[in-house]
Write a new protein. Structure first.
Length: 266
């Protein structure tokens, strides 16, 4: 995914997501789709968060009240693909990586991860305020015969490296090759979609070019109910969330109430 700076005449994108939290049911289909698409190994007890290796996690939060005023929300959290303020050094993980194993793509707006360059210092994990990066403590293993079902478009990572959500970048490459073969520069909105977007049974995840007025994400991100996680940090993430519930939007920026306590309980 590492690439040279784009040429001035190349088509550029700003891929991102809008996730409707009022639609999300917390079913976890996005997590399963992500694992299957990106060759993520699973363990006997994958609920053990200290040992599981997930690029997409779904968190459960509440408004902290008792029944009948209790309200629940689920927050799917992939890599936020932070942009900073127009300069790649402002992306927290990119600015601290001594091996340049992660970089910000000016062509796609995607924060890449080059596994063969990573030597496992985990500076990027410490710098990421969203905890989206995971470290491989073990070599990946699959039950007998399951290795035949691995995705040939995605490399299997070795132990000792950090990995994360890539917005299914291999799908972008496939769509780009198809467009090139058809002598097109523009990608259609439905040509490049992430696995989690397609797997969501509630249609809560929308993916596309955030700067293209014809794409759904462009319109959805302008909703008065749209917000981004920890937006006050200035990381400028490309994952937007939408919720009509005020307490959910406040929780996205870790709002503290009058008593100085978090309004939610994870």
């Amino acid at each position: 995914m590492k690439e040279a700076h784009h040429k001035a005449d190349e088509k550029t994108y700003k891929f991102g997501m809008v996730i409707d939290l009022d639609k999300c049911t917390g079913c976890g289909a996005c997590m399963v789709a992500c694992m299957a698409e990106n060759n993520l190994p699973f363990r006997k007890d994958n609920s053990d968060r200290l040992r599981s290796n997930l690029w997409m996690r779904v968190y459960k939060i509440s408004n902290g009240r008792s029944f009948p005023d209790l309200d629940i929300s689920f927050i799917p959290r992939p890599c936020q693909h932070c942009e900073g303020h127009g300069h790649h050094a402002a992306t927290p993980c990119v600015s601290v990586c001594p091996a340049t194993a992660t970089d910000y793509s000016h062509e796609t707006g995607i924060v890449s991860q080059v596994y063969t360059r990573c030597f496992g210092c985990r500076y990027c994990m410490a710098a990421c305020p969203y905890h989206v990066r995971v470290f491989n403590w073990w070599d990946p293993t699959w039950p007998k015969g399951m290795s035949k079902y691995l995705n040939p478009d995605v490399s299997v990572r070795m132990r000792g490296v950090v990995e994360k959500c890539s917005f299914c970048y291999h799908r972008y490459q496939r769509a780009k090759n198809k467009a090139y073969a058809e002598e097109r520069r523009e990608l259609h909105e439905d040509e490049y979609q992430t696995a989690c977007t397609q797997a969501c049974p509630a249609g809560a995840i929308t993916f596309g070019d955030l700067k293209n007025p014809e794409h759904k994400v462009y319109k959805l991100k302008k909703s008065p109910y749209a917000f981004r996680l920890l937006e006050k940090l200035g990381t400028n993430p490309k994952i937007y969330y939408v919720s009509t519930r005020d307490w959910v939007r406040k929780a996205g920026d870790v709002y503290l109430g009058k008593e100085g306590k978090d309004v939610t309980h994870a």
